[in-house]
Design a protein. Sequence first.
Length: 266
Amino acid sequence: MENTKELWDGIWSSESKSLQEHIFDMEKGKKGTVWKGIYKIIKEHFDNINQLHVVELGAGCGYMSALMAKMVHKVSMIDYSDSAIEQSKAFFNSLGISNVEYINANALNLPDCLCNSYDVSMSFGLAEHFQNNDRKIVIKSHFDLLKQNGLSFISVPNQHCLPYQIWKKKRELLNKWDVGLEIPYSRKEFKSICNELNINTYSFIGSSFLSSLNYIFPFNTWKRSLIKRIVPNYYQRIDLIKPEISTPIDSYLGYALVLCGTKTDC
């Protein structure tokens, strides 16, 4: 399936999670290795976090943007799906977050007025939905949005995460894959694109490799499903969320591979 506005409008309009489930997932992300890595890098890079303007591309609900909005000056959400924007509006309103703007635009063809405007750009599950030269264009869009010395965080599925690859192939064979084209990235591909775009300062972080094992060993998923049945108001029990365990191989073999790049004068 090619990724189109119509496809993602359909996916987001059929989203069945409650607001409380979205909040629970946001809090879960807050205890993940990706958020901890991003927060550490931002804190070390900028003197004044509360003055930052952050933009998320292909934002969907915007869990990471919601976490950002609680500590920065402003957050902008870019998506070409009207349904996704409506979902994110409902989510942010439920949290009482008002320092956010919503922009309907295509990440492959951003308006010139948005370029060189943001301190931080980011995406979580966007760039893998493109192929051929569009993969370079969507990465370039993240950096085009940045001011000089701005940071970009681009999170994608990791080509070398074997549990994810097994799970994805299984769903495709069972005709249960319903999110269109999805081609994971490798560190090698990211490095090649960075070289082409003259992005010379970059590094990688990753989600917990141990957590990725849930794709093939679903015991924790079964356990969580059982807990949901026996614990009243499960999604209000934020205290039940355990921090992800980080390992030295997370950015090599974990599910999420995150490019952390700095825009500098070329």
